[in-house]
Write a protein that binds this ligand. Structure first.
Ligand code: DQA
Length: 147
């Protein structure tokens, strides 16, 4: 059976402020820009995109659970939850969909507390420090793995 031709894009806490938030680190693109460029990359790969951003961990977890029904993979920038959330990791491993972990900034060149990711070892794809274009790269790398 072929997988559904849909991806879920998940952006975590504070990413609604993209474009306004620390532009020296995260750049000038807004969340709407990110969702558009990711949807374009998904379309080019033959996939639809459903996008969610939330500042609430449980909302993100519910969206990941729902993706089990109709998505073939997940592109996620978990933002600060990357470094803190066992529950988000458990949601992703629990649904069993391949996922790409994206970070706009180079977390390894920043504070030490950003060097650890609870998702790193279970992500199918990792795209770190390529700016917002990293979302499109993540779509390309992830969809290449989906049968
Ligand atoms: C981020 C990096 C995280 O450390 C940070 O908490 C974010 C954004 C990034 O995209 O570079 O909110 O995930």
């Amino acid at each position: 059976m072929t997988s559904p031709r849909r991806l879920l894009l998940v952006n975590g806490p504070n990413l609604n402020l993209l474009g306004m938030r620390e532009p020296g680190i995260y750049g000038a693109a807004s969340l709407a820009d990110v969702e558009r460029l990711t949807a374009d990359a998904a379309a080019a790969a033959g996939f639809e995109l459903r996008a969610i951003q939330s500042n609430h961990e449980g909302v993100l977890i519910d969206a990941i659970h729902a993706a089990r029904e109709d998505c073939a993979g997940i592109v996620i920038n978990p933002a600060g939850l990357t470094h803190t959330s066992v529950s988000l990791r458990d949601a992703l491993t629990g649904v069993g969909l391949p996922f790409a972990e994206v970070h706009i900034s180079d977390v390894y060149a920043r504070e030490e507390f950003r060097h650890h990711s609870y998702l790193h070892d279970v992500a199918a794809v990792r795209v770190i420090g390529r700016g917002v274009d990293g979302y499109a790269d993540a779509v390309r790398e992830l969809t290449a793995l989906i049968p």
